[in-house]
Design a protein around this ligand. Sequence first.
Ligand SMILES: Cc1cc2nc3c(=O)[nH]c(=O)nc-3n(C[C@H](O)[C@H](O)[C@H](O)COP(=O)(O)O)c2cc1C
Length: 441
Amino acid sequence: MSQRSFVAWARESGALIEVERPVDPHLELARVMAALDGRPVLFRALVGCGDWRAISGVCAGREHFAAALGCTVPDLVHRMAEALAHPTPPPVLDVGPCQEVVEARVDLTRMPIPRYHPDDGGRYVTAGVAVIKDANFGRNVSFHRLMLLDERRFCARIVEGRGTHTAMDTAEEDVPVAIAVGCPVQVLLAAAMSPPKGVDELGIAHALVPTPLVRCQTVDLEVPGEAELILEGRITHALAEEGPFPDLTGTMDVVRRQPVIEVDCVTHRRAPLFHALLPGGMEHKNLMGMPREPTIFDAVSQVCRCTGVYITPGGTSWLHAVVQIDKQHEEDGRRAIWAAFRGHSSLKHVVVVDMDVDLYDSADVEWAIATRFQADRDLVILTEQPGSSLDPSAAQILGQKARTAKMGLDATAPLGEDRQGYVRVGYESLDLTQYGLKDKV
Ligand SMILES: Cc1cc2nc3c(=O)[nH]c(=O)nc-3n(C[C@H](O)[C@H](O)[C@H](O)COP(=O)(O)O)c2cc1C
């Protein structure tokens, strides 16, 4: 689903908020985005930015992904797992909307690249999907935040060990790159996944929803034809200071020396939509956490019957998960805990619940912990584990994976006769219209 189709869907479903008043990309845009976090917002006019518009909150709700993929919210995990297992090569077309306009001269400063927070290192592109080709592994597609340096250059945050970093490490020359902004929803989802090296994220996107590509103008790369904006250029071996910038956790990430990207060509749609993604907001959270749910689901399914996985927003959508199982053996809860940690290596805390618990409802999960869990019997604690670089409480060691303790709570009820005392009492439903109360609830 292209971002324009998303806008049409959001408008029709009543979810879209449209801001008519011109908004300044310098700090004001982020403040409006933060105040409306969780909702899709179309900014119809931007101060000093010609016919550019901005969109935020494209991925801020799970129902947005469900609409894009044509499925229900609980089915998303299965659709992602299926696409991860069976990527399909996308077609490459001769023309695409993302090349409707080819800029005669590159001047990045004229674009509505926002400054999000007064303490930020600069203006940032936060929804840029970088396409590169690795000499050994082929195409890699990944998010990299980009700090604007000047008319033609960005400094990119490129996390060590990730696909883009590996490709740069083995290349002596500059690495050609195409950065797509305003990507179709399925491309955003696929770009946030970490499939095994050599698996093409655009193939995953195409397996989710048809995603035709077009060839770039100046680099030997293909990009999603329906993207709003394409920045073609090179990742150089020059370094500059990147940051500070807010991270997923809502805390400030530090300044690092990071690679400089030089942009040689800019193409875009007419009256382009600039996708602005609020760091630490719901869109960032969903894109980080959701793609780990199928990998946890897969790992848990290898040891017991897994029926659902939810990476919770309260756990920064990265560090906490709830795993739901159809318990068949007394050991299934513990097995699921170990497997969940294998399925997402940055996971820190996991709660395992039965099928009668709504894994999306934190009060229901807490109910299961309150009524089914005993700490001296059902708690698994692991020490000195590889952890997340995003967790400020983990031991961060430069150049190495962070070290952390991990905890798993088996909040499933026992099997057999003992289960009886754990079943929730329910009341029979009735028709409230008979009491004249239908409109009260
Ligand atoms: C919104 C968003 C922003 C991200 N920003 C960065 C970033 O600035 N640098 C980075 O290296 N990874 C970033 N990531 C993470 C990678 O895109 C993601 O983990 C990706 O799956 C890595 O894939 P790879 O291992 O195949 O390269 C971001 C992810 C999301 C969802």
